[in-house]
Design a protein around this ligand. Structure first.
Ligand code: ZN
Ligand code: ZN
Length: 236
């Protein structure tokens, strides 16, 4: 109690500090000092469909999207999934630093700018009930809230249920992961929107987003984007 009070008072007197290096920041509307901000990794040139970083400037799609395109139409990410975003994400998800959610969300909205006019609703990736109990919150919903508010879009929280807990098998190779998420989502409530943005924290192989997009498209959704905080450069 006393400690909290002291801490708050100190924060008030000393001003805001960089989330990464703890250096004092002059501008109260930013969360990182200029040095850390310029070090945050972003995908400079990504595949127009799956968002994975491309090495060659003149190509617009990765080989995978050209030969076997995923069920989602476009991915927009705030950062690439590398240090120190990786560590920040761990603080958010596993140490419950929920104050990072609006910071991540605003970084993502800086990349989205104006959402595609086809997007009518936002769908945070559902967590399996058991995982939700363990973690205490759904990290995708917390990210989606400020975005839904800013863009005036409804959040779909009861339309899709996750029937299998696939989240825990992060270390499986890409091919096995794709098989592992097959049929993981169940469509339980009608969705009127024809265009949907799936919201996720980290997108690695994209197999979860792909399976979710497949479930949506099988049920009448025509256009699906994935908005994620961090896009990993995973091989397909
Ligand atoms: Zn810093
Ligand atoms: Zn691609």
């Amino acid at each position: 109690m006393v400690y909290n009070w002291l801490n708050n008072a100190l924060n008030f007197i000393m001003g805001q500090h960089c989330l990464l290096c703890n250096q004092a920041i002059k501008n109260p509307s930013v969360d990182f000092c200029p040095n850390c901000l310029k070090d945050l990794p972003v995908v400079l040139h990504g595949c127009q469909q799956c968002g994975v970083a491309l090495e060659m400037e003149r190509v617009s799609h990765c080989g995978h999207c050209l030969t076997a395109p995923p069920n989602y139409d476009r991915v927009i990410s705030a950062y690439s999934y590398a240090s120190p975003v990786r560590q920040l994400m761990a603080r958010y998800k596993f140490q419950r630093q929920l104050s990072l959610a609006p910071i991540f969300a605003s970084a993502l909205m800086q990349q989205i700018k104006r959402p595609d006019i086809r997007i009518e609703a936002l769908l945070p990736v559902p967590l399996h009930a058991m995982r939700l109990r363990q973690r205490g919150f759904n990290q995708a919903i917390e990210l989606a809230k400020p975005i839904a508010q800013a863009y005036l879009k409804p959040l779909l929280l009861k339309s899709i249920r996750r029937n299998r807990n696939t989240d825990s098998q992060l270390n499986l190779p890409a091919k096995q992961r794709a098989g592992n998420v097959r049929g993981a989502f169940e469509y339980i409530q009608p969705i009127k929107a024809k265009g949907i943005a799936i919201i996720d924290d980290v997108m690695t192989t994209g197999s979860t987003a792909n399976e979710l997009a497949k479930t949506l498209k099988l049920n009448g959704v025509e256009y699906v984007e994935v908005w994620c905080i961090a896009r990993a450069n995973a091989k397909h």
